[in-house]
Ligand binder design. Sequence first.
Ligand code: GLP
Length: 239
Amino acid sequence: MKWEWLPDYDALSQRAASILLESIQTNPRIVLGLPTGRTPVGMYERIVAECAREYHCFRDVITFNLDEYSGIPSDHPGSYCTFMKQHLFDMVDVRPENKHIPDGVHPDPAAYEREIAKAGGLDLTFLGLGSNGHIAFNEPGTPFDSRTRVVALTESTRKANASFFTDGNVPTHAITMGIGTILESRAIVLLASGASKREAVERLRSGEITIDFPASALHSHPDVRVLLDRRLKAGGPAG
Ligand code: GLP
């Protein structure tokens, strides 16, 4: 696992965007695993800004989102489908048939796995980090060989994401790639920023591997980069 400490959130976002765009330059047909949440917003902003200059960035790129809420339509304001349209898909030239988000209304986890396999597997996957160590929606206790499936969300995760559901109806379930699915990605970049991640980052840095802390599964992967806001460093100023 390679650790990169960036001075602040902007620098972290710029670095993540550069890694993603350079990977497309190297392989224009790359298969990307893409995250949602607050952390990657800055990365997407920079990607969109770059792609406005050279509007062919995503022409042959294939994308698979990590997860989606269950029980809400894809056009719901809180859905990850809406998030991706607002932050990336509506502004870049990714082809409709090349972008994939798990279907939260009619979940078909096996079909999602088949689509990933058909595309040749994930080349590069970006992840956020839950404050309880979750990756995608793989909550503590998830086996490391888990595949795409429907899961129940923990109360802490529902609380962390409640602000995206102004009507107060925070979904109870989601469909998510499994930890096993994610670990098959050829390369992984994990992003963490903000004071709420401090404990999770420290736990990841401890090197302990346990299913109680899903992100620790990444220690067994040969190509993981962790991009962190320097303010998360133990002893550093509160972020
Ligand atoms: C959500 C998503 C995860 C994301 C995590 C952290 O639960 N399913 O994929 O990494 O939250 O989100 P944030 O970046 O908003 O802290």
